[in-house]
Design a protein around this ligand. Sequence first.
Ligand code: HEC
Ligand code: HEC
Ligand code: HEC
Ligand code: HEC
Length: 213
Amino acid sequence: MLLITGVAYGGSVVNSKHNMIGGPGPYIPDADTDQVCVFCHTPHQTADATAQDPLWNKQVTQTATFGVYASPTLDADMSNAEIGGKGAGSQSVSALCMGCHDGTVAVNSLYRTPSDGGVGVAKKLTGYANLGTSLSDDHPINFTYDATLATKDGGLKPPVSDKRVDNVEPYLPLFEGTLQCASCHNVHDNDTYKPFLRSSINGSALCLRCHEK
Ligand code: HEC
Ligand code: HEC
Ligand code: HEC
Ligand code: HEC
């Protein structure tokens, strides 16, 4: 056996469960389009997507209230952390995930239909990957994680910038200083660290990138 070490091979969305038409799965096998990205992005948005970035093409969630995590020891300011009740154009990165992962809008409900074929019969996400419409029992998201919070908490690393936690690759990104689903998850790569993670969970390495525990 040839053992290859020391090289990080980035996986691709093409061979992941986020490939709705191929890969392992696929979730929408009856789609005629041959495009992978189109279930989330389009190069030319329609007006009803109201310029939701990044070039978003997936119908957003209509859930008004997801709730937010709360606990006696939490130090973060959660007053703007609610991700529900916002339309296309002002959705947080986490709300984009919940456009499929809250199980309320079909995975293949798109703003712009691809030119090369249909997207199949409407199908919502069910089963273990459906997180439902409550986020009060999930790791907190959509709040500012900065040096001030790290000082207040005493057990958190101060982020190096409002774009990322540290300078270790692959980075754990922050979105305008906020922690989102995509800080822990890489939506485009399920293979490097399953399930779609930014860092290994062996020895809880992912958690220790932020928490000094
Ligand atoms: C299942 C949904 C999904 C699919 C499929 C998908 N993306 Fe994304 N993409 C996202 C989300 C969510 C974000 C924002 C979160 C982030 O930046 O990590 C994003 C961000 C991006 C960005 C901007 C941020 C960055 O990393 O540079 C680019 C560029 C991008 N995607 C390209 C692509 C391309 C090209 C494909 C197809 C090969 C693709 N995506 C397929 C969901 C998806
Ligand atoms: C266009 C719809 C769509 C969007 C948007 C989307 N997902 Fe998914 N996701 C899916 C589907 C479909 C599956 C596969 C479900 C299954 O196999 O039962 C999945 C699976 C997953 C899994 C489990 C993978 C595994 O191997 O067990 C994770 C984790 C995940 N998604 C995270 C995210 C995160 C985080 C975001 C946002 C950054 C996101 N997804 C955005 C549709 C989506
Ligand atoms: C603090 C890091 C972190 C954040 C933030 C986070 N996740 Fe996860 N997520 C994980 C880890 C770690 C796992 C794997 C858990 C395991 O295997 O025991 C996971 C698992 C999942 C799964 C697989 C099903 C399951 O219940 O295990 C889905 C789907 C998922 N996450 C989606 C999301 C979405 C959507 C968001 C934002 C609302 C999010 N995650 C926010 C770390 C995170
Ligand atoms: C990207 C950085 C980041 C990652 C990765 C991360 N966390 Fe967190 N986590 C935070 C921040 C920031 C808070 C808010 C802490 C506070 O306000 O007291 C938090 C909050 C928590 C809380 C709630 C604390 C409380 O006082 O109620 C727990 C528990 C927790 N994280 C566990 C984990 C675990 C377990 C993992 C790995 C699966 C993980 N975190 C990964 C940044 C992260």
